[in-house]
Design a protein around this ligand. Structure first.
Ligand code: F6P
Length: 538
């Protein structure tokens, strides 16, 4: 069912106007002065949820701004929208789909419903299959066509069918069980898949094809290359139907038509958005690599964040506060970007993951009521790990002309590092947040040595990078996106913006093979240039 009743233009809300006035009056204040005025500021502007602590005191906000932001959330359709989501209404209105990825990490008593029946049974079944397959592969019981156990898994997928599992495996690699290698290939760049298979033994390689739609061009291209390799090396006429291929999809029919055996298709449902699918059987590679127990610990951490999100009051609700601060920076302080800097090399994929999560979800310019927006939505998300980024783009953060809010993320304990390194790493994190805020503007100092300071940041400190805390952290950002999308009155769960490019690629490919399709003259010119310079032997 479609429910448009929650569509409210946030600019028409009384709190929005008040926030515009507050932004005008606070913009020349100094964050450090706000600390001097309120000795309890740091404690007051710190929230805990499980083992995650958010210190948002280094933002250019005061009590008035925070309570007005809470009022904005209260006056918006956030609560009604959340209710609609939890009860399985089709809040993805352009595709008529429910949004129930939270159910994937829930338990029976959490009661997510869709079409009036609990979704939990489908989820239980999927989890059981994941546990069974992971166990069989791990124990050497899943055999390739020549009877040998699996030594290597290639996960083929792109976007939401790649980023979540890839990031989880990289972030939690210290939890990986030994004896099996995992490879991810997402890009259409042939050098990736070709160099991956070149190193592997086809007899002991399992290919996991992950595509919600089972029609994504890049994934099918890579799949066909990998299948050709299996076929040629093992003499198989239909490798896709062998034990060396598993498909994970929401479109079982397409996977079957592709030739995958039904017993090796794992299905997830339409109510799981691609970029929210890590929690589903899309995470099979994670379960194989880290073990099923660690995979379920990731789910448990996310579930705890869901419970926090559903039950904490708005002013103590971490995703809500994170979202509101984002709206403050974006819509009232007119920051156009948001940097994310994890102080943990194993989280190097977090910025890319959040780019898809935030920008594909909330990079929209039409409201839920199909009206053009006259306010900005998702900022540009970017970042890299500290300390490397300090030696790359921190110059711009400290002295550039852009106003860039930063999320600093760190782990208080790290059993796979040592005290000396870890102390240095965390000291850098808090020093950078401090330097951005305090700046340095002594009189008589040469202009190029002046740091204006007053640059906002959040510091997110997490006890340790465990599977559970990893799950909670990802869910924190998911809920942030939901809150922002609700307040901005947009559909965070579709991605029509990516379709035109796909269509144009199909046209260009046809043009290339001589099939006359109309592409613009600039594109024809580029195509001609490529064709005349292509080495015929390549
Ligand atoms: O093109 C964008 C997108 O549809 C993402 O939303 C999605 O995560 C990705 O492509 C992959 O899609 P699929 O899982 O259907 O292959």
């Amino acid at each position: 069912m479609t429910d448009h009743s929650f569509g409210v233009n946030p600019k028409t809300l009384p709190a929005w106007q008040d926030l515009e006035d507050l932004a005008e009056s606070i913009k020349h204040d100094s964050i450090i002065e706000l600390f001097n005025e309120d000795p309890l500021r740091a404690e007051k502007y710190t929230i805990k949820a499980g083992e995650i602590c958010l210190d948002y005191s280094k933002n250019l906000v005061n009590d008035q701004v925070i309570s007005k932001l809470i009022e904005l959330a209260d006056q918006s359709s956030l609560k009604a929208h959340a209710q609609a989501m939890f009860s399985g209404k089709n809040i993805n209105t352009t595709e008529q789909k429910a949004v129930l990825h939270m159910a994937l990490r829930s338990r029976r008593q959490d009661d997510y419903r869709h079409d009036d029946k609990p979704v939990i049974d489908q989820i239980e079944l999927s989890l059981q299959r994941m546990a069974h397959i992971s166990h069989q592969i791990r124990e050497g019981q899943w055999l390739g066509v020549t009877g040998k156990p699996i030594t290597d898994v290639i996960h083929l997928g792109v976007g939401g069918s790649d980023l979540g599992p890839r990031m989880a495996c990289e972030a939690l690699r210290s939890y990986a069980l030994s004896g099996l290698n995992l490879h991810f290939v997402s890009n259409a760049d042939g050098a990736e898949i070709l160099s991956t298979i070149a190193e592997l033994n086809p007899e002991t390689t399992l290919i996991i094809l992950v595509s919600k739609s089972f029609s994504t061009q890049e994934t099918l291209l890579n799949a066909n290359t990998a299948l050709k390799w299996l076929s040629e090396s093992l003499g198989l006429s239909s490798p896709q139907s062998s034990t060396q291929v598993i498909a994970i999809t929401a479109d079982k029919e397409k996977a079957t038509a592709f030739g995958i055996s039904t017993e090796r298709i794992l299905e997830f449902q339409d109510w799981v958005g691609g970029r929210y699918s890590l929690w589903s059987c899309v995470g099979l590679s994670v379960s194989i690599y880290l073990g099923y127990k660690n995979f379920t610990a990731i789910l448990e951490g996310a579930r705890e964040m869901d419970i926090h999100f559903r039950s904490a009051p708005l002013d103590k609700n971490m995703p809500v506060i994170l979202a509101l601060l984002g709206i403050w920076h974006n819509n009232f302080m007119h920051a156009e970007t948001q940097a994310v800097i994890p102080y943990c090399e194993r989280l190097k994929l977090l910025p890319a993951y959040l780019q898809q999560l935030e920008m594909e979800s909330n990079g929209k310019s039409v409201s839920l009521n199909n009206e053009a927006l006259d306010y900005s939505t998702a900022p540009i998300i970017w970042g890299q790990t500290g300390t490397d980024s300090q030696h790359a783009f921190f110059q711009l953060l400290h002295q550039g002309t852009h106003y860039v809010p930063v999320d600093f993320i760190g782990f208080i304990n790290d059993p796979v590092s040592n005290r000396k390194h870890h102390n240095f790493l965390l000291s850098n994190l808090i020093a950078q947040a401090s330097a951005l805020m305090t700046g340095r503007t002594k009189t008589g100092v040469a202009p190029h040595k002046i740091y204006k300071g007053n640059k906002p940041s959040n510091v997110i400190l997490i006890n340790e990078l465990t599977p559970k805390n990893f799950g909670a952290m990802v869910a924190l950002y998911e809920h942030k996106v939901f809150v922002q999308g609700s307040i901005w009155n947009i559909n965070s769960y579709d991605q029509w913006g990516v379709e035109l490019g796909k269509e144009m690629t199909r046209k260009v490919l046809k043009e290339n093979t001589g099939d006359s399709q109309s592409v613009d003259t600039s594109t024809q010119h580029l195509q001609k240039y490529i064709n005349t310079h292509t080495n015929v032997n390549s």
